[in-house]
Design a binder for this molecule. Structure first.
Ligand SMILES: Cc1ncc(COP(=O)(O)O)c(C=O)c1O
Length: 358
């Protein structure tokens, strides 16, 4: 232990990793108490009667190529959500350590911190009348808000639910100032929809930067639950002690392999382009309606709109069997809706429901 893992929970640092049973292709397996028969209807190559590998190394290999990193720098999790949980458990001692978040942001940081018994420092995003500069990071108060117990700072870029990407220089400054003190978890769940650069490359400069990615949005696999943590290899080694073995199911491994072929990735990239164009068409149409007051620029596959009568819009959308997301517990987003960019006909149905309800 020499680098950033120094600040992790001391008891976790001392845990010895679980040693899984041997797995050798072509060997008779009498070492894992599995059933020797495939279940009826099991068409999988490896058989669902067999445990998956302790870690889905085939996916590690594919994603390390996609993200241009070394194999030892990535850990696969069940969605980026699980990565958030594992990071908080590895770094935050209950009733002592803290995370810092910048609301309005993704609510799972709060949830997992509360489950772990970690404290939460909140430094709200800064407001600005100019929508393109609204919801920026309050760097000064983020740095002032950190003490020796602040182990993780979560920054979401593009941010859910506001859709903007915080200034990259602000994030770098925070990483630099918190070197050897906190890890900066940069949640890039929507990165592929944005023009800004990923923070993966900045890990060479700042070993306290941890990047989260997911296949839920870009490659359309939310149902498969595949996310990843990309970090310094020493940190990945530590996280591997906390993530239980055999968590990634065999059918999910097979689905991810299909989604990461060159052809599938290129089809996913085309869908990103379609989504970006559709976002422009959809928001232009919405902005013509008197019920819509503002739409913030968005780098993601969703956007946030400020509306005149939130209840009325939600109700008329619901009556047309359309769901949009409101944030009743978020003071900064009182009259705001987060709207995902769907297919053209789905988006038009929402526009029509607002017109009909008006
Ligand atoms: C910002 C952000 N991070 C992480 C996640 C979780 O993604 P996953 O589906 O990989 O768990 C989401 C899901 O919506 C998200 O919006």
């Amino acid at each position: 232990m020499k680098g950033i893992t120094k600040i992790a929970r001391q008891d976790i640092l001392r845990i010895s990793p679980y040693i899984p049973g041997e797995y050798e292709k072509g060997f008779i397996r009498l070492n894992a108490n599995e059933s020797p028969w495939k279940a009826p209807g099991d068409k999988t190559e490896n058989g669902l009667n067999r445990y998956p590998p302790p870690r889905p190394t085939a996916i590690n290999n594919l994603l390390s190529v996609e993200y241009q990193i070394k194999n030892e720098q990535i850990m696969i999790t069940r969605g980026a959500s699980e990565a958030i949980d594992i990071l908080i458990r590895a770094f935050c001692e209950p009733k002592r350590d803290k995370i810092l978040i910048c609301p309005p942001t993704f609510d799972m940081y709060r949830l997992y911190a509360e489950i772990q018994g970690a404290y939460i420092t909140k430094v709200p995003l800064l407001r600005n009348k100019d929508l393109s500069r609204d919801f920026s990071l309050d760097v000064e108060n983020i740095l002032k808000g950190c003490d020796k117990f602040t182990k993780i700072i979560f920054i979401c870029t593009p941010n859910n639910p506001t859709g903007n990407s915080p200034n990259a220089k602000d994030i770098e400054l925070i990483a630099e100032q918190q070197m050897n003190k906190s890890i900066i978890v940069i949640d890039e769940a929507y990165q592929e929809f944005s023009d800004s650069r990923s923070f993966i490359k900045l890990q060479k400069k700042f070993n306290n930067i941890v990047v989260l990615r997911t296949l839920s949005k870009f490659v359309s696999l939310a149902g498969v639950r595949c996310g990843s943590v990309i970090a310094d290899n020493e940190l990945i080694e530590l996280l591997n002690k906390v993530l239980p073995p055999y968590t990634f199911p065999t059918p999910c491994i097979e689905e991810v392999k299909k989604a990461l072929t060159k052809k599938s990735i290129s089809s996913s990239r085309k869908k990103v382009e379609i989504t970006r164009k559709e976002k422009k068409r959809f928001t232009d149409k919405l902005l013509k309606l008197p019920e819509i007051q503002n739409i913030w620029p968005s780098d993601a596959n969703f956007f946030m709109a400020e509306v005149k009568n939130l209840e009325k819009i939600v109700t008329s959308a619901r009556s047309q069997r359309i769901l949009v997301r409101a944030f009743p517990n978020e003071p900064l987003l009182k009259n705001c809706l987060r709207i995902t960019v769907g297919k053209k006909e789905e988006n038009d149905a929402l526009v029509q429901s607002i017109i009909d309800g008006g």
